[in-house]
Design a binder for this molecule. Structure first.
Ligand SMILES: [Zn+2]
Length: 303
């Protein structure tokens, strides 16, 4: 690691207008205006693609503005990377995933609650970082985003698996869309989704160093590795909670186990799990586990 540590990058866009634009002053309205414009852009794009509801798009815009104005490019970029990639994947071969999606609690369109569930832990870390700028808080944030992204990629890409999912606890085959069901394809997608956030963050920090960071190779690699580890563990936690404590209903008509309160136009009955532990609760808990793991890995790896 010593050789890596001495390897300090210089941003290739330093002294250009792009750099000035991407690093707004820490005071004044400009960072907020850029953040709101960027947040609205992704919110509206996702709304038009039906990846977000109207309330979800508004929440995404607020979240984007906060991450850019209170945080910086790398915080904002992690959010964009998540929205852009998950929106793309959720539209990709959508018709092939119909069977699995019918059992989910909500359809692919995220509402404000889901955006908040995915964005709240990250926003808190961003505000804390603005008060106490320590790299482990950034690592924790990247872990949260990596966990959310890994889980989304696993769901969207794993849903296309030709081999049916197996239950994470027993290895027995389960119907597509069952919480706690995993496939090899989904697990690979989860790892790729975690790595994607870590990679995007490293590229952003290379272009525009976080104030106080020297953009050493060890920091870029350390943060990417922390995000990767957090994303993997967070996504695994999501499957584990989905297999154990997440509430599941049983359809009284077709007998399938589903996340929705109604199925086949009839109310379904609670089959297992804790009654308040819905999909949003599982998401928020597993993304926080991902953040904690990334912060720990960041603590061990970062100088
Ligand atoms: Zn049914």
């Amino acid at each position: 690691m010593i050789a890596l540590q001495e390897w300090v990058f210089a941003s290739p866009i330093r002294d250009t207008w792009l750099y000035e634009l991407l690093v707004p002053g820490r005071t004044g309205l400009l960072p907020w205006l850029i953040g709101i414009a960027g947040g609205l852009f992704i919110g509206i794009a996702a709304y038009r693609k039906r990846a977000l509801t109207g309330s979800g798009a508004a929440a995404a815009a607020v979240l984007g503005a906060l991450l850019y104005a209170v945080g910086s490019l790398v915080w904002f970029a992690a959010l964009i990377a998540f929205f852009a990639s998950s929106t793309t994947f959720s539209l990709w071969k959508k018709h092939l995933r119909k069977a699995a999606e019918e059992s989910y609690e909500k359809n692919g369109t995220r509402d404000a609650w889901q955006v908040a569930a995915n964005g709240l832990p990250g926003s808190v870390l961003c505000v804390l970082y603005s008060i106490w700028p320590h790299p482990i808080l950034l690592a924790g944030f990247l872990g949260v985003m990596a966990a959310v992204n890994a889980d989304t990629w696993a769901t969207e890409i794993g849903g296309l698996s030709r081999r049916g999912p197996r239950f994470i606890l027993t290895g027995k085959p389960v119907p597509a869309g069952t919480s706690g069901g995993i496939t090899a394809l989904g697990s690979a997608a989860s790892a790729a989704g975690a790595l994607f956030i870590g990679g995007c963050a490293a590229v952003c920090l290379y272009l525009v160093p976080e104030s106080g960071m020297r953009t050493e190779a060890v920091e870029l690699v350390g943060l990417a590795a922390a995000a990767f580890a957090g994303g993997l563990v967070g996504s695994f936690t999501d499957s584990l909670l989905g297999a154990t404590v997440q509430r599941m209903y049983r359809c009284t008509v077709c007998g399938r186990s589903v996340e929705r309160i109604t199925h086949c136009n009839q109310p379904a009955v609670l089959a297992r799990g804790i009654v308040w532990m819905n999909n949003d609760a599982v998401n928020i808990i597993s993304s926080m586990v991902g953040g904690a793991v990334a912060a720990l890995v960041g603590f061990l790896l970062l100088p």
